[in-house]
Design a protein around this ligand. Structure first.
Ligand SMILES: Nc1ncnc2c1ncn2[C@@H]1O[C@H](COP(=O)(O)OP(=O)(O)O)[C@@H](O)[C@H]1O
Ligand SMILES: [Mg+2]
Length: 341
């Protein structure tokens, strides 16, 4: 390859400090293993020299002083593992004039606010669940009666604030959950959203609209092994608690979508990718409503990069090995940076 982007710094969350998306807010063996697999996969790519930076105390100095040719922004935890500071790192790289993979700060801001994503999607003709925005300071007794509902924070990632009890079927459950949410995540506005009981699908993409957005095969979340009585959702337990049936009994499988449904989901994905300004890769989560229609749940710019994450599964369904998935993301950013001059 003849491009001038050879010295690549891969930046990630900081394992040495607290992280709210992890069990007990700290990193564990499984996180170390995914991190090592990621580093090994990058090191196997030819034509690049990789630096791996995760210590946030030194991160800003390293970026400024060492000036890599391009940064792989895998810091999806936010600077100092503070989710609302995810956008500050790409903003800083823009100030330094260093190109980076993935979404701009603007796209991150938009997509971190699920109610805003929903309104933008709706305005573009994308089907979305009914929902009520419930501010953190609204009196609990004014909560609307919408059942069954899924209650979640408007702004959060990694299923923080979504537990097995977030599916509510009556007023007592709704008030209990809202109360718990307020105690656990003070000040965080909530969504009381139409519960989508059908199959859950993910659409993953790599690339950019002007050079080609590559659709990966759709993924379906397989809840069929989950013990009876547990609500089928990708709760916090599914992402952070290896002992929970939500972790052990939920699998990912290739979705078998009717052609018209697949075309619709992919069309919505393309439209939203462009409109919200995602770059290089993204993952769009949909779920089928009670009336049989798939609706948008959320958009993930810079989706999870781990070798056991949904994007890696989708790439695997297409026969793309993990290191090649990482290469495709990197190449999408390199192509973009080259065009930018
Ligand atoms: N309205 C809904 N109906 C049914 N399940 C939902 C709904 N919203 C979220 N979920 C479940 O919760 C999971 C996490 O929700 P999501 O909005 O994607 O949050 P996060 O950003 O934390 O991934 C989804 O993957 C899905 O299983
Ligand atoms: Mg999600």
């Amino acid at each position: 390859m003849t491009h001038r982007f050879r010295r690549i710094a891969v930046i990630t969350g900081d394992p040495s400090i607290a992280d709210p998306t992890k069990r007990g807010a700290s990193y564990h063996e499984e996180d170390r293993l995914t991190h090592e697999a990621m580093m090994a996969a990058f090191r196997s790519l030819e034509g690049y020299e990789f630096l791996f930076w995760s210590e946030h105390e030194r991160l800003l100095d390293l970026l400024r002083d060492q000036r890599p040719d391009l940064v792989v922004n895998f810091c999806d935890t936010g600077f100092r593992n503070v989710p609302t500071q995810e956008l500050n790192l790409p903003a800083y790289m823009e100030l330094l004039g260093i190109p980076y993979t993935g979404a701009s700060p603007a796209a991150m801001v938009l997509c971190f606010d699920k109610a805003i994503v929903r309104l933008v999607a709706q305005s573009l003709g994308v089907a979305v669940p009914g929902e009520v925005y419930f501010p953190a300071d609204a009196p609990l007794e004014t909560a609307p009666d919408l059942y069954p509902a899924l209650i979640k924070p408007n702004a959060a990632d990694g299923s923080v604030g979504i537990t097995k009890d977030s599916v509510v079927r009556n007023r007592a459950q709704a008030l209990d959950y809202l109360g718990w949410l307020r105690a656990t995540l003070p000040g965080r506005d909530a969504l009381i959203q139409e519960y989508l009981p059908g199959p859950e699908y993910g659409i993953g993409v790599i690339g950019n609209p002007d050079t080609g957005l590559r659709m990966l095969p759709a993924l379906e979340v397989d809840f069929s092994r989950l013990p009876a009585g547990l609500n089928p959702i990708l709760s916090f337990e599914s992402k952070a608690m290896p002992d929970s049936p939500y972790w052990t009994d939920i699998k990912f499988k290739p979705a078998k979508l009717a052609t018209d449904v697949e075309n619709r989901l992919e069309g919505w994905t393309r439209t939203l990718f462009r409109r919200l300004g995602l770059r290089d890769y993204g993952r769009f989560d949909f779920r089928v409503a009670a009336d049989g229609e798939p609706k948008l749940m959320e958009i993930n710019p810079n989706p999870a990069w781990a070798n056991d994450g949904k994007l890696a599964f989708m790439a695997g369904f297409a026969g793309i090995e993990y290191h090649d998935m990482l290469r495709l993301v990197l190449e999408a950013a390199v192509a973009r940076a080259e065009r930018a001059g």
